[in-house]
Structures are given as structure tokens and as C-alpha cells.
Ligand binder design. Sequence first.
Ligand code: PLP
Length: 442
Amino acid sequence: MQDLLVNADLDAAVADAEARYVASNPQSQARHLAARASLPGGNTRSVMWYHPFPVALSGGQGARVRDLDGHEYVDFVSEYSAGLYGHSDPAIQARMIEVVQGGIALGGPNVFEAALGAALVHRFPALERVRFTNSGTEANIMAISTARAVTGRSKVVAMREGYHGGVLTFAHGGSELNLPFPWLMADYNDVAGTEALLREHAGDIACVILEQMLGGGGCIRATDDYLAMLRRVTQEIGALLIFDEVMTSRLNFGGLHAVTGVTPDLMTLGKYIGGGASFGAFGGRADLMDRFDPTTPHAFSHGGTFNNNVLSMAAGHIGLTQVLTAEASARFNALGDRLRLAMQDRIDAHGVAACTTGCGSLFNLHFLPKGGVTPATVERADLRPGKLWHMEMMMAGQYVTPRGMIALSLPHTDADAEGLVAAFDRFLEDHRSILPKQGDMA
Ligand code: PLP
């Protein structure tokens, strides 16, 4: 009976929040309805959809964004981690304007691509050579395809609930649109199970691809044991280890592998590295990547009209060399740690069954009991508390993702973080009677 009442109240609270959200966003709603005439469901990027319609953004400044109805938000979406520099970094803006004025779509090597390559190789220990793509998805496709070509093997091990791009998605049992590689699915952090899988298919496995912290999968970190096992066993069976650092590279100046101390054979990058313009890159061991050297016989060919587009190359270069310094990286990741712990402190104070996972500038709020967050529990979680939180945070001027992921950008301040904690505390105070309690679900 108690459960039924809680469910009814939670459903009612979600319905009420949605009704207020609709009433306060008429322009976004009109845009959404009009967009349906040309875009399926008004949408061209699945993660940007949430019910009843997403707010449409009209601009951004620093760590703030504005929507069509004139609301201003503190931006904790940070373009799903790609907006690391915020919306108006002066050095990046100036470089982009200069580049646009100098001519784009030039159709030849430009002066920025090798400079960006050098900055990346200098920064990330696993990266001896690098090639550029247009997106993280493409980078992962190229890394996997490279592994298959150099090993002469076909099978690819990926993690359940992992995400490596639009055609490399393993949430909710995978997607019909996934590329038809012969996938073998492993359970993240299951040391014994994954080792058994690798040994069973030892001679057929080209590579294992994973994030050292599942980003889209809920900011769940790989254990040291798990990473050590993967490194050891892939070497023993002659398979390549690929770290997708499209999201996680922001967590430390040298990427997350510089923290875990496990060096992959290949790694991929994307998101913020293009300074806010489209970007992807794959690279790693020189002996593998040099197969792309066009001056050698039988070199692999890798095309891509916009691989070296001047905007991404120039903005990316100035961002990495002048803006995202070691100090800036340490500062904003430390701010993220403080924010995550402050949110956990409010959760504990209210006794709600919720917790935060992740580290540094990228973390996730889950309405799951503390200590109980795995890819499988995230997959099965009741979505209503998170839905309510999302709607209420948006109406409180905090731009957050529907799935609870929070990403900081360099312009975020302590005051921004304190504002989010205060709004979260009010939410917990107002709704704790209808949210699951710590202990209820353990
Ligand atoms: N890999 C990870 C870990 C990601 O989070 C994403 C995007 O969210 C991708 C790859 C795909 O990158 P893109 O959206 O640039 O194709």
C-alpha cells in the first residue's frame, strides 16, 4: 500500500513538473513542433530528445546558456563533455574568427594539423602517432578496423552498457544500427568472466575496446584489477587493447590512462579536443599507426574530407596549448570532485536512495542506493526520480542532462557549483517524502 502511494505521488509529481515546464517554454515547444515537419520527431541527435520536448538553445556565454524563451541556465551539460572550454573562450574565439577570415575548406595540408598532432602526442602517453577524424564514432570505427587489419582477426570485445558512438552502442542490449562486427560482449569489471571470454576466443579476438570510466553508461569507473587483467591477457593472446578516451581524456592533463597507469595499444579522442568544433582522433603505438604512412608500400588508406579542417585543427591547437593547461585541468577537475561530494553530502543528509559516481569534471547522479551502481542496475533503474529531478533542475535554472550526468567546463566557478548544490538541496527537501529512501531498496 505504501509503495502504491509513493508511486502515485511520484507519477503525480512528474506530471505536475512537466505541466509547469510546458507552460514556461512556449517558444521551445513551437520550435519542436515546427521541426517535426523536416526532422523525424523534430530531432537529429537522439541524446538531445527528452519528453515532452527539449528546450532549444539560442546562445551561450562562459558557463551559461540561454533558451528561446529567455531563460538563462548555468550549463552543467557542457555539450555532453565536449563543451569543456565553455561558450566564449576569448583565445579560441579569436583564433576561429582569424581562421574563418583566412579561408576555410582549403583542400590541402594546413599549418595547424601537425601542430595539433604534436600537442596531442606530447600530452597523452599512449599516443605516439595520431590521425584525425570528424567524430568520436569515426575514431572508434577506425581504431577497431585498424586492429582487425593488423591482427588479421575478426572479433571485437566490447562492454555491455558501453557507448562508443552512434553505430557502436551497447546500452539496453545494443542497437540494430550497430556495425556488423562479430561482437563479443563482456561485463564491465567482471574480471573472471571477461578473462574466461578472452581465453575462450583467444585466437579470434582482434581487440578489446572500453572506456576506463563508462561515460554514457553512468560514470562507473573500471577497477584497477580489471584494467590490469585486460592489459595482461590481451598481450598474452595477441589482441590489441583500445581505450576510448573521447570523454575520459578530460579527467586529467594526460588522459585517464596517465592516472590508471595502463597503456593501451590504441586510443581514441573526440569531444572538446577540437575546441568546440567537430573532432575525432585515433592513434597509439607508432608501429601500428605507421601502417597509414602513404610513403610506405601497401599503406592503409584513410580518407575523410574534413579530417584536417582548419577550424577544428586551429581551435583545437590553441585550446590544448594555451587554455587547457595542466593547472586549468587540475583546477576544474578538483572543482568537480568538490561538487560531487557536496551533492552526495546533501543526499546523505536527506536520507534519499541516491548517489553520485564518477570523478573530477565528469560525474553522474543516480537514484540508486549508494554502493549499488553497476551497469546492470543503471539499466534497470526506475527512471521517474531522475525525470522529476531533471525537470525541476531545469526550472531552477540549472541545465543538466536527463540521465543525471554532470560535466563541468573551465569557466565554472565555485559559486556555480554552490548554486547547483543549493538547488539540489531544495529539490531533496521538497520531494524527499516521495523519493525512495536509503535502505528501502538495498
Ligand atoms: N565514445 C564515447 C565514450 C562517447 O561518449 C561518444 C559520444 O558521446 C563517442 C565515442 C562518439 O563521439 P561522437 O559523438 O563525436 O561521434
